[in-house]
Design a protein around this ligand. Structure first.
Ligand code: KPL
Length: 295
């Protein structure tokens, strides 16, 4: 997603720099990164300036697209380049990391985003833009879009300002908590969760549990339509592997702590029983653990 958005920002004429973890080598004073974004009809290359955490230049606008469990260390590495006037946009799956970042950096302001853009990596800097979607941005407590959003809205990736981003984020969390752990454990494409009777029953019970937790957290409207929304997402992504299944199959750490783990923490705070989610978190963490031990 980072490459997709960096390329779109650059192509819209906005000065865009790619931040990398790598130390630059060689004699180049101005290192660059070439991004290739391919879709069904074309392939577009953009060469963007690059900087790493050895740089000190001020960052006025920062887009972060790391995994949820990496965002704290990513932010820590560039914190010296940010100030309270910097606009920091977190396009990251899950919930719970915002509270951690606010505790780490109380003077910084964060904007959150979720996207339905579909993209996957062909090679390190070569991305296939598989499906067009919508990116929803918002800042808890800020209903109107800030002035910088006007420039952002000119990029070639459809975006809207969400007056209630917390509800949008919770809805995405609830859907991911229903689909991702089940598909990861059963190692099945999303569609199996409605096509296989045993799995459909498991999904239905899990959705009921997630709905109860949603109601207790003040998201009754989400709870009321969750079963339908989950079914729609599954139908629309029937042959896809969920991101959690992809992580498990690739031997990567999953985002369980910031998905079902976060849901569980919110249930515990309100003394809501969540046996199915508890069980799923334990099983996925075991798989995460076995990856760590084997690697
Ligand atoms: O967002 C997804 C994910 O895989 O993380 C869903 C909606 C489950 C689609 O696969």
């Amino acid at each position: 997603m980072g490459c997709l958005f960096a390329s779109a920002l650059h192509r819209a004429g906005l000065i865009t720099t790619v931040l990398t973890k790598e130390q630059h080598t060689g004699l180049s004073i101005h290192p660059t990164t070439t991004l290739a974004i391919e879709d069904q009809s074309s392939c577009h290359e953009s060469t963007l300036p690059t900087s790493n955490n050895g740089y000190h230049g001020y960052i006025s606008h920062l887009l972060v697209t790391t995994k949820a469990y990496d965002v704290r260390s990513a932010l820590a590495q560039v914190a010296h380049r940010l100030d309270p006037d910097s606009h920091i946009l977190l396009l990251i799956n899950g919930l719970g990391f915002l509270e951690e970042l606010q505790a780490d950096h109380p003077s910084l302001q964060f904007v959150c985003a979720i996207t339905t853009e579909g993209a996957y990596r062909i090679d390190r800097r070569h991305i296939f833009h598989a499906g067009r979607g919508l990116t929803r941005l918002g800042q808890p407590g800020l209903q109107q879009s800030p002035p910088w959003f006007e420039e952002w809205s000119h990029i070639a990736l459809a975006s809207t300002w969400e007056s209630d981003i917390e509800t949008a984020l919770w809805q995405k969390l609830a859907i991911n908590c229903a689909i991702n752990p089940l598909t990861a454990l059963h190692r099945c494409p999303n569609g199996d969760l409605i096509n296989q009777p045993g799995l459909a029953e498991e999904l239905s019970q899990l959705v009921t549990e997630i709905s109860r937790i949603s109601v207790a957290n003040g998201f009754s409207d989400i709870a009321a339509t969750l079963a339908e929304k989950v079914r729609d997402v599954i139908s629309g992504t029937s042959s896809n592997q969920s991101s959690m299944l992809q992580d498990i199959l690739a031997g990567r750490r999953t985002e369980i702590d910031y998905l079902s783990g976060h849901l569980l923490a919110r249930a515990k705070l309100l003394n809501i029983e969540a046996p199915l989610t508890t069980n799923l978190v334990a099983k996925i963490k075991k798989l995460d653990g076995s990856i760590t031990c084997n690697s």
